[in-house]
Write a protein that binds this ligand. Sequence first.
Ligand code: CA
Length: 522
Amino acid sequence: MLFAIGSAAADRPNIVFIFSDDHSPNAIGAYNRWLKSVNPTPNIDKLAAEGMVFERSFCTNSICGPVRAVIETGKHSHLNGFRQNGDKFNWDQQTFPKLLQASGYQTVLYGKYHMEGKPKGYDEWAVLPGQGLYYNPDFLTAEGKITKEGYCTDLVTDMAVEWLKEKRDPTKPFMLRVQHKAPHRNWMPALRHLGAFDDVLIPEPPTLFADHRFQASPSRNQELEIDRHMDLNYDLFVDLTAEFDQPASQKTQDRSAWMNMKRMTPAQLEAWHAYFDPKDKEFHEANLYGEALVRWKHQRYMRNYLACVKGVDESVATMMKTLEELGLSENTIVIYSADQGFYLGDRGWYDKRWMYEPSLEMPLIVKWPGVTAPGSRNHDLVQNLDYASTFLEMAGAEIPQDLQGKSLVPLLKGEKPAEWRDAIYYHYFEYPSVHMVARQRGVRTDRFKLIHFYQFDEWEFYDLDADPQEQRSQYDNPVYAAEVAKLKEQLETLRVEYGDDSDISAKPEDWRVKVRKGEVTE
Ligand code: CA
């Protein structure tokens, strides 16, 4: 049923879309994974208990800006034009907020958007330029750049609460996007959360020391290993100045870590040092190397990452409480998602980009009072490609024919549509670039996965039931020959169906030139 413009707000649900950055389902209690024991997200878990958890939720292209562009348009990267970070989003194209707005919704966007340019289709917006900063960040608004003192996650939440309480037009339904920078690198927790996980030993993933022997060469030739690539200062804020025996006045902290800390007020910086300095001293005295050093880095990484997650988890609680206070809970859909998963030491890595499960996954939890059964779990294959169609159907607005996703509304109602997809399509475009993850495309069904690193013409195939950690490619195993052939066919069928005519013949050297020219960035 379509609603006429001007329908009473009560007839059409409000949508609060809380979206974080790099939050792996492994670090959400409700997903029952290996970090559940440290209770990382009590408030997101509460939302899950009241709504539906999507267990097979995946992105189309595991990197910040492109995931957001797919959500905005409901179209794959090759069609919306935002293939990799550094691309510019064309705001003149059709987007779901514009369509919601035209159907009578108020649309609001706060926080990280990572798409550059002035957002279009929003009644109100304040966004972080680029990656944004954790402490005392700038925001771009329709009126120009502003700077706010405080912690980014809290500031974004505060703007959303203020909008609900003071700026909202109560006669209209709304779509409110609360989009956090956290827990994106470089992991800087709120001061109140420093040390929040210090009294527990963070569990290690089973693949922390994986060697990638039985996989295609790109998985060995990358730059995102905790061991070889995670920087003590840049990533973990370890003070290395003592090692260089330099006076404090000439500190040569790594430029980026130092730049992030330089943004803090003297009081913030003092609290930061009070927490980290004794730990850094202990670290230097321990003189770790080899596996012990990797384990120490993993603990420090996870403690900072999970403390950033804690800020996001509190934001979810604040949003829920505010909706309750305003009497909006019953007619508001609350969604929690993040742009992609993340390696939390899985495979020995950090970061994302790959089609392997830890970075292919996206958390997706939806509470729709009266529609989603409390505590329900869905196992269908869903993607960020589906969000635009879903939002439009939730709002009772028309879904244009050219959107490539499927509305999740039937799934949210607990129905199983006869014609649901049996495979998802993936295409990552950014190589060579930061972290050196080869371009790849592939398909994943409920059980199997095929990946093509086409610049190197290398393939991988996994049976996820037999090898859920994807440690041993079975591409050349004759036992799976028929399945490999079938997935190759599916890959080609989906490529044609989605209209992906990307040129995959160009060799890595061509991108090298782009990197040198500064045309490709993180
Ligand atoms: Ca991201």
